[in-house]
Design a protein. Structure first.
Length: 355
């Protein structure tokens, strides 16, 4: 017994839906797998310390071994090289001299640390051959990952929950809260509470973050506000069609470019650098820097997060004044229509019927 009360879906529409869904699935695959497919070392900054007579051949050997992979930064000695690693100006260093050493930082990038550590046996063999006697090359992790996240899996996957949380909050507030100022209050309150809650999980429960809890909560809150606020602001201006800005801009573009699990230099230029100016990339880099690299320069990252958050609030405000102007124009038009109607009725001739 059939329970269909309406006509069947036309075959042409069914085909269109299938094609549209296929295109969407293809875009999702491209967006999420493109970074992994195209990632490779590109101009990764590394330091080489030691006498110029020894560092020059090593720099040439690195370029010959991996063309274009490393951007060599000279350092005076081991301490200078370690300082560059601790300020996150370089991902690793090779120290030449009486006690040759390879400095890595798993907290900066476990991928690069593994690749750079593989240079130690090669360097050791070359130095042993040149000296005619065994030479040991030590590998030192200058800034290791914390015990709560020894492989960097949590901090490397933090961007997707931030993006999804910001999108869900922004869309829900746009659809359920009426009044622009109430939306602004709702999205800022949500971002603050989300920052505290997520930081509590990542730092208090998992132990994946270090440093100041308040700072980490602020970073997460700003990241959520940057995503949710822009969605609320765009919806305030464009209406419900503006909800699509979240999935397109933040999920399909910003999140794949975030480079949370690898150096941003490993993405093709200029996409890696662009990703650091978008909320997911800036938030992930800030969490890593504030947890493990307190001496790193984070000005650009804070600027990016704050700018996106302010942009969302500004768009919401612009939407408020647009709505207020539209409401005023509608009220004036309605008043003029009422006046014209009353004038027309007053001018209508009356008909008197004598008894």
């Amino acid at each position: 017994m059939s329970h269909h009360t309406g006509p069947h879906t036309p075959w042409r529409r069914l085909l269109g839906v299938a094609v549209a869904l296929t295109a969407l699935a293809t875009v999702l695959v491209l967006a999420f797998l493109w970074p992994a497919h195209t990632s490779e070392p590109r101009d990764l900054p590394v330091a080489v310390a030691g006498p110029a007579a020894a560092t020059a051949p090593l720099t040439a050997a690195l370029e010959q071994r991996a063309p274009g992979a490393f951007d060599v930064v000279p350092a005076a000695d081991r301490q200078a090289a370690a300082d560059l690693v601790e300020t996150r100006d370089v991902y690793g260093a090779i120290v030449l001299g009486p006690e040759p050493e390879v400095l890595v930082s798993t907290a900066s990038s476990a991928v690069v640390a593994q690749q750079f550590s593989a240079l130690a046996p090669v360097l050791q063999a070359q130095l042993t051959e040149a000296a005619g006697a065994p030479v040991a090359v030590a590998v030192t992790d200058v800034v290791p990952l914390g015990a709560g996240d020894p492989r960097g899996a949590v901090i490397g996957a933090v961007t997707l929950p931030l993006v999804m949380g910001g999108m869900i909050g922004g869309i829900a507030i746009s659809l359920t809260v009426v009044g622009v100022w109430r939306r602004v209050a709702a999205v800022t309150t949500y971002a603050a509470l989300a920052g505290l809650a997520v930081a509590g999980v990542l730092q208090g429960w998992y132990g994946a973050l270090a440093g100041s809890f308040a700072v980490n909560a602020g970073i997460i809150g700003l990241g959520v506000l940057a995503v949710a606020g822009v969605i609320v602001g765009v919806v305030s201006i464009l209406g419900r069609p503006g909800i699509a800005i979240g999935p397109v801009l933040f999920l399909l573009v910003a999140n794949p470019l975030a480079s949370a699990a690898q150096p941003w230099q490993m993405l093709p230029a200029p996409w890696g650098a662009i990703g650091q100016w978008m909320p997911p990339g800036a938030a992930a880099a800030l969490l890593r820097d504030e947890s493990y690299f307190p001496r790193a320069d984070t000005g650009q990252l804070w600027t990016a997060l704050v700018a996106w958050a302010v942009l969302g609030l500004v768009l919401a405000t612009v939407g408020h004044f647009r709505d207020a102007g539209a409401a005023s124009r509608a009220a004036v038009a309605e008043a003029e229509a009422d006046r014209d109607r009353e004038t027309h009725e007053d001018a209508r001739p009356s008909i008197t019927v004598d008894a």
